[in-house]
Design a protein around this ligand. Structure first.
Ligand SMILES: Cc1ncc(COP(=O)(O)O)c(C=O)c1O
Length: 406
């Protein structure tokens, strides 16, 4: 698994299963620009069936799927979308939305789980004073909410939001990149969630385990227009049946095993909570994402990630925390390996926080600083750090450069 023994950076890092590789090798293909790739068409039909929508369109990425879907809903110039302020569309995709479709977001701050309420949406949809003009075009929700912890929006809450949007005459789009995780965790059928939205997208390339691709699902006329936008956005690929074949396997097999990812995520959270008390509340783990708030216990998240990496465990920096995501390539043993790595990281932090007995011992102040965000002289793990560069400055620079993980 690349440079990691246990790669928990995202559920996008999976490699195709033997069944997927076989299906890919044997895929019947055609030119999808002309709509005549039979494997792509089968995947689209199956996606429409599973989501209960009239039609679906297979596109290369989740970002393209969201961007096509958002664009489908606009009525005039000046596009305003209501969404939670940590949602993928308002964070990672904010520049795509602005550049491709002139979209701005009227964002709402969700609760601790990133969940927004129907009342908040109602307030956001109120006409702008003093001109009394309706300025919002669309409400977008995310399920599960990735940057808020892989949290699930219940179908009841989604229904309440839909009702408010409908009263205002507005459509609802759902970024359902991980809707199958939400379905499994809540015991709700995917189609039940989809019945409450006008358009939605889901990724076969995440928890379901396929290497590439996402599907935009909705009414037939909108999906026809989505095909035009796919060409406009440069996503009209050709013999895409080669990857769609893996998508079909993912759609058949993925949902049946997602509960295993959720159990492993919970076990990982329990292990991290034991190693680093106060950094995580295991029952808060709802699906396949584990967020450790190391800063809450005086540990720089980027430093923790670097030290986990030294032990072959991949994690990312998301929402100010250390994020780990379970997926099809992570086993029970991998979880124990990751927990052991956390124990080592925690022990090293404790060790570095313990004042040395001998004043001559050349062990400077803690890099994990409890007093400040980080030490300027902490023990250097990075021999490449330029002389005189503080760990703190280096970490904060890395923070600002760090891309938002998938
Ligand atoms: C919730 C959510 N939506 C959309 C996307 C975009 O998917 P992609 O990386 O395939 O563009 C991601 C990526 O991880 C995501 O987490």
């Amino acid at each position: 698994m690349g440079t990691y023994l246990v790669d928990l950076r995202s559920d996008t890092v999976t490699t195709p299963s033997p069944a997927m590789r076989k299906a890919m090798a044997e895929a019947e293909v055609g030119d999808d620009w002309f709509g005549d790739d039979p494997t792509v068409n089968r995947l689209q039909d199956r996606a429409a069936e599973v989501t209960g929508k009239e039609a679906a369109l297979y596109v290369p990425t989740g970002t393209m799927a969201n961007q096509i879907a958002l664009r489908l809903h606009f009525r005039g110039t000046g596009h305003l979308v209501v969404a939670e302020n940590r949602a993928h569309v308002t964070t990672t995709e904010v520049m795509s939305a602005a550049a491709l479709s002139g979209i701005a977001f009227k964002s709402i701050t969700g609760d601790g789980r990133g969940q927004i309420s129907a009342d908040q949406v109602r307030l956001a949809l109120e006409p702008d004073e003093p001109y009394d003009v309706e300025v919002v075009d669309l409400v977008s929700v995310e399920n599960t909410h990735g940057h808020a912890g892989g949290t699930v929006m219940s179908v009841e809450d989604l229904r309440a939001i839909r009702k408010v949007a409908q009263e205002a005459g507005l459509p609802v789009h759902m970024d359902g990149a991980r809707i199958f995780n939400a379905a499994v965790a809540s015991g709700t059928d995917v189609a039940e969630f989809c019945a409450e939205v006008d358009t939605m997208m889901f990724c076969v390339s995440k928890g379901l385990g396929a290497p590439i691709g996402s599907l935009v699902c909705g009414p037939a006329d909108m999906v026809r227009e989505a095909r035009r936008l796919k060409i406009l956005f440069g996503g009209a690929w050709r013999q895409a049946g080669v990857v769609a074949a893996a998508g079909l396997v993912a759609l058949a097999e993925g949902p049946t095993r997602l509960h295993e990812d959720h159990v492993r995520a919970r076990r990982l959270a329990e292990g991290v909570a034991e190693a680093l008390p106060g950094s995580i509340d295991p029952p808060a783990v709802e699906t396949n994402m584990v967020y450790a708030d190391t800063e809450a216990v005086g540990m720089e998240p980027l430093e923790a990630i670097a030290r986990l990496k030294e032990q072959g465990v991949g994690a990312t920096f998301v929402s100010g925390k250390v994020r780990m995501v379970t997926h099809v390539d992570v086993t029970d043993q991998d979880i124990e390996t990751a927990i052991a790595a956390w124990r080592t990281v925690a022990a090293a932090a404790r060790e570095e926080d313990t004042p040395r007995r001998s004043p001559s011992a050349s062990h400077p102040a803690s890099a994990w600083s409890r007093d400040g965000p980080c030490s300027t002289t902490g023990p250097s793990r990075s021999s490449t750090r330029p002389p005189g560069t503080s760990r703190c400055r280096e970490l904060s620079r890395a923070r600002t450069r760090s891309p938002t993980a998938s």
